[in-house]
Design a protein around this ligand. Structure first.
Ligand SMILES: Nc1ncnc2c1ncn2[C@@H]1O[C@H](COP(=O)(O)OP(=O)(O)OP(=O)(O)O)[C@@H](O)[C@H]1O
Ligand SMILES: [Mg+2]
Ligand SMILES: [Mg+2]
Length: 500
């Protein structure tokens, strides 16, 4: 037997096969307390300090549903255009793993709280793809295992494992798409665009921190291929916990090329979970995937069913904020943007940030140029997404306001922003610490102006002779001497006064 080529060239993959995608996104809700007990829902903390008999699964402890998590679930369902179940239950998903002390996860199975919706996703070139949502259901997070010691520090080489149950019982919503078909070669891009759109939606709703790097938003990507023209889906693999938007795109693409090589060689795909390796963009086999029967799902006997009244659902619909696509439509009109300008703003992730900056009081043109130019450059050098920069729209609006009031020059403003990005605190603190106030106090400026005039007598002659524009050289010298902190307008006035 000849060796199987590991991957197929992408162009050939999409010529011979049609991909089918299924995306499962887990979102940790930012409620005050956990899903079924009163423990605080906080990221981090000393291990095993946010725990109680209920989330540790001790015998006799009973769960109580967190009402605010149910509200978030319904609101998310509504934002995703789902039906809200008039009646639903929790179910036990039984499996053993040390990070889950109850030996089952309290989840929902055939009776999810929200089902049958959609999310419209805009691709880079402006094309809109409607992604069907199969269901959004409530469940609880597991604890965290840390495998330590041994040669590799990985699970098989580790000497022992540590368990932290602080995360056990944190409210999760799992949002599952219907099989996504008919997207051909754009499958990897569609996957990234969907997770991006979902993240932006959840962020606008303020129900989760949606930090992929901290695991508050996690994506499992299911991929299968079928030969062009076939009607029956192929066997899927499920790449787990892909933790950045770029990784979602890479993982889908990699799985497509891997499946294609196996299928083209007459082989079969094993239904299994896989793990994505950030370093080389490949996936490796995890466990053979349980079918639903293996989990022996059954209705949770310790929790009452949930039956949201239509009135309550409508009341919750009324609490939905302006959603990203509504906001986009509005800013396009208000700022008078062409489709292309809007798309550029959306593609860089800037649209929502600009809008939030405007909401915080900044002028739209200023807000746009800060995010699209300087901050985009900063994001590129720091290799993070724009939204991942450690600066908030409110802070950007503050800096813009200070420039407008003449307290900062544009150059100083950039330095303040730099300080905020470097973790030096609020704009005011950076100004204080770095001494960045604009100098408009005459006594401080006059000395610098006189010195510059004395150094360039030829320029002084020109100004006196009526060549007013020559003053630029003196302004430049004063700015240099004051490290950019002089109020340029006042400097110019002083120069004119002294050259009269
Ligand atoms: N053949 C297929 N190829 C690609 N995606 C598929 C295929 N069949 C189903 N899917 C999608 O895969 C996802 C399966 O997620 P679902 O939560 O329903 O099941 P699961 O992965 O078996 O369960 P678990 O929540 O335990 O991981 C869905 O988005 C579904 O649309
Ligand atoms: Mg699932
Ligand atoms: Mg799954």
């Amino acid at each position: 037997m000849t060796a199987v080529a590991e991957l197929m060239d992408y162009a050939e993959v999409v010529e011979r096969f049609d991909p089918v995608l299924g995306l499962e996104v887990h979102v940790e809700l930012s409620t005050a307390t956990k899903m079924f007990c009163g423990c605080p829902n906080l990221f981090g903390g000393e291990p095993n300090t946010h725990v109680c008999p209920t989330c540790l699964g001790l015998p006799g402890a009973l769960p109580v549903v967190n009402g605010s998590a149910v509200e978030s679930a319904i609101r998310i369902g509504l934002a995703l255009n789902c039906e809200i179940a008039p009646w639903c239950r929790f179910a036990r998903k039984n499996y053993f793993y040390p990070d889950m002390p109850k030996n089952f996860q309290t989840s929902q199975y055939d009776e999810p709280i929200a089902f049958d919706g959609y999310l419209d996703v805009v691709l880079d070139d402006g094309e809109v793809v409607r992604i069907g949502i199969e269901r959004a259901h409530m469940e609880e997070d597991t604890g965290k295992s840390l495998h330590v010691g041994g040669a590799t520090g990985r699970i098989h080489g580790a000497e022992h494992s540590l368990l932290d149950y602080n995360r056990a019982g944190v409210p999760l919503i799992e949002i599952v798409t219907k099989p996504i078909t008919g997207i051909g070669e754009r499958a990897p891009e569609v996957a990234r665009a969907y997770v991006t759109a979902l993240r932006d939606l959840l962020r606008a709703m303020d129900v989760s921190d949606v930090r992929m790097d901290q695991g508050s938003l996690r994506c499992d990507a299911n991929v299968s291929l079928m030969p062009r023209g076939a009607t029956e889906f192929g066997t899927r693999t499920e790449t787990k916990n892909v933790n950045s938007l770029r990784s979602v795109e890479r993982a889908v693409r990699y799985e497509m090329t891997r499946h294609a090589a196996i299928l083209a060689d007459g082989g079969g795909i094993r239904q299994e979970t896989r793990h994505f390796q950030e370093a080389d963009g490949t996936t490796s086999a995890g466990r053979t995937k349980e079918t639903a029967e293996d989990y022996r799902y059954f209705p949770e006997p310790d929790l009452v069913p949930i039956a949201p009244s239509p009135q309550w659902v409508e009341q919750l619909r009324g609490t939905l904020p302006e959603l990203p696509w509504e906001r986009r439509k509005r800013i396009q009109q208000e700022w008078n943007l062409t489709d292309e300008e809007l798309r550029d703003l959306v593609n860089t992730g800037a649209a929502d940030l600009v809008a939030a900056t405007v909401d915080a009081g900044a002028e739209p043109g200023e807000a746009r140029s800060w995010w699209v130019q300087y901050l985009t450059q900063q994001a590129n050098t720091r290799e993070v997404e724009l939204a991942g920069l450690p600066i908030t729209p409110a802070q950007v609006a503050t800096v813009i306001g200070l420039v407008k009031q003449g307290e900062l020059t544009n150059k100083l403003a950039r330095e303040v922003v730099q300080g905020v990005l470097d973790g030096e605190g609020e704009p005011g603190e950076v100004i204080e610490r770095r001494g960045l106030k604009v100098v408009s106090d005459d006594s401080a400026l006059i000395a610098a102006v006189d010195e510059a005039l004395a150094a360039q007598p030829d320029v002084v002659e020109k100004i006196r002779g009526g060549k007013v524009q020559a003053a630029g050289a003196i302004v430049g010298a004063v700015m240099k001497a004051t490290k950019g902190q002089a109020d340029a307008k006042r400097v110019r006035e002083l120069i004119m006064e002294r050259c009269r």
